[in-house]
Design a binder for this molecule. Structure first.
Ligand code: ATP
Ligand code: MG
Length: 289
C-alpha cells in the first residue's frame, strides 16, 4: 500500500495543545517569590491548521509563541498533550515510522558530527534513509554547489565552517532525501543577505522541481511574502490570522496604500514584529526592580 494516498491534504493539525512543565529542579531559591512560581507554559494552544499538498505554507510569530514546538510535534519529535496531527492521512503519534519517511525537518539547532565533513555527515544521513552511496555523494555535491559551498569545503571538517555555512549544510541535508513534507524552522535566520537569497532561491526551485510541501517558519516577513502561498500568524500558541498575503491584508481591513505582512502583524498581534509586546516589557521592568 502506498503511504502517499491521492490526498490533497499534506498536513492536518486539529486542536493541538502542548504544555511544558517549567518547574525544573526544585531548589528553593531565596529570590523565588512564591510557590506560585511553579507553572506550566502552554506552548501550543488548541491549534488547528491545514496545509494543502504542494503549498509553501508560512508561519510567522514572535519569539516563544510556539512555532518550533509545533514543528517538533509535526516532525514526531514531541508528543502533543491533546489534539491530532496527520501527514497525508498518517497520524504522527500512531504511525510515526511512516510519517518519518515522508518528512524531514530542517532547524537552526541542527546536530552534526562536527569533526566530520559535510559529505561524511550527509553520507550518514543518506544511509539512514536507504539512499545508495553514489546517489548521496552526487546529490551532496549538487545541492551544496547550488547553495554556494565549493567542493573543497564539502570535504573539510564541518567545525571549520562558519555558522552560516553549517546552516546551509543543514538545509542540504533536509533536501537530500527529497522528502514530501519539509518543515523548515528558520532556515535563513542569521545568514548574510546573499546567502539568504541563495537558500530562498534553492527552496523555491526545489519546491517547483519536486512534489514537495513546505512548512516555512520564519522571522523574515519579506521572505514569507516572497515564498509563501499561505501564511499563518501565530501568537500565544494560537493561529491568530491565516490566509494569502492579500487575504490577510483584506481580513485586517487595511485599506489604501501598499500594505504588507508587517502591517497585518501589527494590526492582528498588537505590536510590531520586531518589537517586544507591552506585557513582556512591563514584566521585564518589574523583575528588574
Ligand atoms: N523543552 C521545553 N521545556 C520547557 N519549555 C519549553 C520547551 N520548549 C519550548 N518551551 C517553551 O515553550 C514556548 C514556545 O517555545 P518555542 O521554542 O516553540 O517558540 P518559538 O515560537 O519557536 O520561538 P523562537 O522564535 O524564539 O524560535 C516558550 O515559552 C518556551 O520557553
Ligand atoms: Mg523557534
Amino acid at each position: 500500500m502506498s503511504v502517499l494516498p491521492e490526498s490533497n491534504l499534506a498536513l492536518e493539525v486539529r486542536g493541538v495543545t502542548k504544555r511544558f512543565d517549567t518547574r525544573g529542579i526544585r531548589i528553593p531559591l531565596p529570590w523565588s517569590k512564591k510557590k506560585g512560581d511553579d507553572k506550566q507554559v502552554v506552548a501550543v494552544d488548541d491549534l488547528s491548521l491545514t496545509v494543502e499538498r504542494g503549498q509553501i505554507f508560512g508561519i510567522v510569530g514572535s519569539n516563544g509563541c510556539g512555532k518550533s514546538t509545533l514543528v517538533r510535534i509535526i516532525s514526531t519529535l514531541l508528543y502533543p498533550d491533546g489534539g491530532t496531527i496527520s501527514v497525508f492521512g498518517h497520524d504522527v503519534v500512531e504511525e510515526s515510522e511512516t510519517v518519518r519517511r515522508l518528512i524531514n525537518r530542517v532547524s537552526v539547532e541542527a546536530s552534526f558530527f562536527r569533526k566530520l565533513s559535510p559529505l561524511e555527515n550527509l553520507m550518514f544521513s543518506g544511509q539512514t534513509y536507504g539512499l545508495d552511496r553514489e546517489t548521496t555523494a552526487a546529490r551532496t555535491f549538487e545541492i551544496l554547489g547550488r547553495l554556494g559551498i565549493d567542493e573543497a569545503q564539502v570535504l573539510r571538517p564541518l567545525e571549520q565552517m562558519s555558522r552560516g555555512m553549517q546552516q546551509k549544510v543543514a538545509v542540504a541535508r533536509g533536501f537530500l532525501t527529497s522528502p514530501i513534507v519539509l518543515p523548515l524552522d528558520e532556515p535563513t535566520t542569521g545568514l548574510d543577505p546573499a546567502s539568504k537569497r541563495q537558500v530562498q532561491k534553492f527552496i523555491a526551485e526545489l519546491h517547483a522541481e519536486h512534489d514537495a510541501t513546505v512548512l516555512l517558519v520564519t522571522h523574515d516577513m519579506a521572505e514569507a511574502e516572497k515564498l509563501c502561498d499561505q501564511i499563518s500568524i501565530m501568537a500565544g500558541g494560537k493561529i491568530v490570522a491565516s490566509g494569502t498575503l492579500s487575504g490577510l491584508v483584506e481580513q485586517a481591513g487595511l485599506e489604501g496604500g501598499r500594505h504588507g505582512l508587517e502591517d497585518v502583524f501589527l494590526h492582528v498581534v498588537g505590536h510590531a514584529f520586531d518589537e517586544e509586546p507591552e506585557d513582556k516589557k512591563a514584566g521585564a521592568a518589574a523583575s528588574d526592580q
